[in-house]
Design a protein around this ligand. Sequence first.
Ligand code: 0RA
Length: 653
Amino acid sequence: MSEEEKLDASQSYSADSIQVLEGLEAVRKRPSMYIGDTGLKGLHHLVYEVVDNSIDEAMGGYCDDIQVSINEDNSVTVIDNGRGIPVDWHEKEQRSALEVVLTVLHAGGKFDKGSYKVSGGLHGVGVSCVNALSSSFHVEICRDGKLYEQDYKRGKPIYSVREIGTSEETGTTITFIPDDEIFSVLEFKYDVLAARLRELAYLNTGIKLSLTDRRNVLENGEFKSEIFHSDEGLKEFVRFLDQSREPLIDDVIHISTDKFGGMPVEVAMMYNQSYNENIFSYVNNINTIEGGTHLAGFRRGMTRTLKKYAEDSKMLEKVKIEVTGDDFREGLTAVISIKVAEPQFEGQTKTKLGNNEVMGSVDMAVSEALGNYLEEHPKEAKIIVDKVVLAATARHAARNARELVQRKSPLSGGGLPGKLADCSDRDPEKCEFFIVEGDSAGGTAKQGRSRKYQAIMPIRGKILNVEKAMQHRILENEEIRNMYTALGVSIGTDDDSKELNISKLRYHKIIFMTDADVDGSHIDTLLLTFFFRQMKPLIENGYIYIATPPLYLCRKGKVEEYCWTEIQRQQFIEKYGSGNENAIHTQRYKGLGEMNAEQLWHTTMDPEFRTLRQVTIENAADADHVFSMLMGDDVAPRREFIEANASYAKIDA
Ligand code: 0RA
């Protein structure tokens, strides 16, 4: 239900009073209600919101080119070649249609019934929200041979729409600057926007989306820029996701149809040699990270069809153990995208689809695509079924390994790991768990910590690369078992569930503390991969952090300052050495071990002074792609990625 409908249903406001309540002031008063938050995520949401409107034009068949630029002043421009927002006079509202679209919540859709708009969820709040949350908002419309413009400030028009010229084209150009009174960060991230535009290109074939960063010029004298465009849709999307994985079979199984219940369903899937299941689902271009009825339909159709094929061809006869749904999805990468006219979004983050009628349509579409493929490709079908049997066998081995983890959990009698220096407080919300590189730094951290609420667990350098290991190997690994036990999390209550149980989680801050060097960042990446693949809910709940130890200690006489960047060091030299570097003593910290307990506490662990970087997943498909690339076999793409993107894996992954 939309906010408007909620008000309507619960109270007997007249239409007018709803308008007032739902005005842009409400958006400015409680921005998080409309865009999620006012940090990095919310900031980027503004762009998605504008682009979504252009995508809607494209889905209607009126637009095929969308250009996004990040400008020098951190404003963003979105240009599309759609019909252009109507500018004619709106009698009832006593202002132009353009002004209605830009100042009334949800007004955009009122003109255009029948398209796949989103209600609830985070998108679909309307371009008027972006207007409300922008310190300046400029719109240009090409329509009916003319060019029009209008400017707004914090949602209020500065003048009525005016004609400023002629134009042969049609389309809408919007440029906005996010309001610094609202947002805690104002700088757009190229990679975050690129990941979303790439995803949109795969989800909506035939549209050209481009991104240009005009904030700085590259060595070749040009702006950083990419064009995203896909003719084959999800087929290309799964190939992109599996770029760094070894395929089991080269084919992508693909279907795009609306013959089941009239609902557009597109599914693509591909098997690789890994042991991970990677399924991404979308409803009206929104990533439904909590799944829902469409995902359930996919699973059901897949399991039934593969099981039936394997049974009919007598391939399961010699297998004594029961084959479950999970076994059919090991090493599977798949993307499901459906369009629903009136989606019901449920769940904590409103990303779980509730519409029941969807399940059957997706089930039938998958069934048909997979069934046909298996019948037409017996050789490949055998390879898939063999892999399923192997998965079932390994799952039994994993069950034994999992029992090891469960038995050792503190609540079933086993003790905490010997390496853990626990804190005394028992309230998870107050408690912090530091994973520290090496025993020596671990020792320093133990001395320096605040014993009441900070626990320390040293790890022995590089932990197992979970990207390439089978589940039972992962759970047999001592360091990883210690992690489960210390954190108090377990896997599955029933035998074969992979679900993570975090109800007994003992700390709500889990902090990686590693050296500020190449090895340290490799360990961070291994740890991130582990948490991303094995304990994703902890990332989703915002419990994972990376500590930032300083790079230098600069000293002039009695004055000492820690520096985290080269710029800070230069500033110290300016300030205390009058620009003379030789007058300054610089100590470069290569590792945590070079600091004493007091220094480590002061710079890196003390909540009053430290900086923690919270690990978030901005875009699940992108994160999957990054981790498979960073941790996979193929060295070339990894090197390219690290060279092009040195800080990405550490900060944003
Ligand atoms: C309302 C009605 C029509 C188009 C649009 C809005 C529209 C909005 C945006 C936002 C960004 N780009 C856009 N392009 C179009 C329909 C116009 C008609 O019937 O001609």
